[in-house]
Each structure stands twice: as structure tokens, then as C-alpha cells.
Write a protein that binds this ligand. Sequence first.
Ligand SMILES: *Cc1c(COP(=O)(O)O)cnc(C)c1O
Length: 393
Amino acid sequence: MTETEKNNISYILNELGEERENYFNAISPPIIQTSNFAFNKVDDLRKAFENEASTYLYSRGINPTVDILRKKLAALDAAEDCLVFNSGAAAIFTSILANVKAGDNIVSVNKPYTWAQKMFNDILPRFNVTTTYIDGKNIENFERAILPNTSLIYLESPNSWDFALQDLQAVADLAKSENILTICDNSYCTPIYQKPIEYGIDMVLQSATKYIGGHSDVVAGVLSGSKEMIRKIFNSEYLCIGSGIQPFNAWLLLRGLRTLPIRLERITNTTKKAVSYLKQHQKVEQVIFPFDESFPQYELAKQQMTGACGLLSFIIKATDIHQIEKFCEDLQHILIAVSWGGHESLIIPKCSSIKHEEFDAGNSDHCMLRLYVGLEEPEYIIKDLEQAFDKMI
Ligand SMILES: *Cc1c(COP(=O)(O)O)cnc(C)c1O
């Protein structure tokens, strides 16, 4: 098989890592639901202790079901290797913890994922690691922010609320010239629509809870990078924190992966229709979606992403918070819930994290709603939005 064939998405999702002759030629791989593995010889056990990264010893380390998944996810990211975690948050925490020491500085984009912010703001300062937040839309902001002790640049492109992008190639080039490690949260795009490693980003992570799982039934995360980096993290933080994915959840992700491209294709097409519908609606002030011509970084989005899927934001014309709350509650099919990437359409208003007395209808941020477009028929979703808009006074 040629290298090109090995990078083929169909090969990765259907064949890579699957050694059916080892399990009765079953099409669906087994869930090796075991905590530990036995040895015939003490010397074999001794060797396993010395090399836990490639010996089945204990499932906090490696596990055969998880290994199949790792091969596929690493290949999708165009990475040499990856680790799969019990959550996206665990992937974030581990990747950062593994790459900072006391006295270091991190340069992060503004408003990264909530629990990354929590780590930067509350946990790392206890260990004398500081974080400088910047508007990542502009490469000069990175150049200005870098300090002699900056060891890490943390990216999230696009952001999952306002979809702000960073020029991945430019940031990777800058970071390399300064000997700084780069990590990018790629949850929005998945590796189907963006491969940060191909632009020179060192490590890429994503919440597999979203599109990889795809059915709102598993929480998981992926961290990909070089063989050397993944091996280093496996032997220390990964085994220490002990937040690796469980075999059953790994199996659910393998199942999700089989249909990933087709789910994304469907969602992408429906999202286009939802964006067009919202853009023409008189009660909508603005639609924010990276693949819409009106998006300020549309050109960059087209340049480094091959697609955008189901997540978009819109600003509703409301005069008070109750109108926004009522709009969400009037939806008959679109559910009010966090997360995204599953089969079901979802909505979450920004005002759900704002106290009533602090709400300001003049602040467009307060009037923002995030819609996730799921796998339903496009008309079903649009009709639902329509009837909720109609009830607005
Ligand atoms: C959901 C999410 C995460 C965290 O993933 P979990 O699987 O929920 O822990 C990280 N980054 C982004 C952008 C997310 O949307």
C-alpha cells in the first residue's frame, strides 16, 4: 500500500488498526473490557514495567480496543501518535501540564474553552505559571506578547462562540522561530475540516464528545502530536492523572468514526440552509458563521479550513432577557442544552450565563444565541425556528 492510500479517509475509518484475524474475523472490534493483563514469566512482567507504552499491562496505560482508536485518530490528525482521554478537558489539562514549569508564561488566545481558562486563571498561578491573553486574529499580537519565559502558545481556531480564527501557519512559523511549543484546540472543525499539524502546529486536541462520538452518549478527548511528545506524556502525566478513555467508550468512538464524514456532510449542508434562513429574518441582527461571506475572517477560514459544520451564532433583536428566554423555550424540537456535535439540534443563549439584573439589551454579546444544527431534516429545524420567531412580540 502506498503512503497516499494509507492517508485515505476510507482506509483510516474502515481498516487502519483493525487486526480481525486476532478476534475471530469479527467486523466490529471487541471491547477488551479488562483492567489488567497476565504474564507467564516474571521477566516478561519486568520488561512490561520498563516499557508500559507498548506492553499490555494495565488499562490505565494501553488497552487493545483503545489502541485501534488511537491509530485512526492519529492518522486523521496527520499526527504520528495520539492519546485518548476521558474528556476533552483532560486532554487540555494534560497537554498544558506536560509543557510548562514554574516561572513559565503561556500566550493564549482570548476566551479559550471555559476549562482551559480555569486552568490558566486559577490553577497554574499556584505554580507560578502566568498566562497572557491576546486577540489571536492578528499575528502582531502574538509577536508583542511573547516574553523570554514564554514556553507555550495556546490556540483555539475557530473559537466555539464567536469563531475567531488564528492564522495557523503564521503562528506556527513564529513559534518555531522562538522555540515555543504550540497547542491548538480543533474541536470545532474536527480533523475532517482542518489539520493544524499540517501547518506546523505541534499538538492538536479536540473534544471527541462532539463530532467523533456524534451521538451524545460519550465524553472523551484526543491529543495528537509527535511520537516523542506522546511517549513523554504517556510515561508521566497520562499515567499519573489516569484519565484515559475506558474500553467501552473507545468502542463507541470507533462506531462514531465510521459515519463521521457523512454526518459532517449532512450537517454542513443543513447548516448552510439554516444560515440563509437566519440571515434573512427580520428579528435577526447578525449571523456569525466562519463560512459566511460576511464573516470578517472569511478569507482565512477558506484558506485553512476545508469546511465548517453545525455550530453558528446569531444575535437576536430583543429588548429584554425574557424575550430571549421565551424564544428558546418556545422551540419545540431544538433542545436547550450545552455541548454539540450529536444527532440533535441544540440552542444555548449567552444570557444563560448572565444574571437578569446584569442583562443589557444594547450589548449584542448578551443577545447572542448559539445554534447547533444536528441531523434532522433541514425543514424540520427551520420550521421550529420559524414558529418560535412568530411567537416573539
Ligand atoms: C466541549 C469542548 C471542550 C471540552 O471537551 P469535553 O469533552 O467536554 O471535556 C474543549 N474545547 C472545546 C472547543 C469544546 O467545545
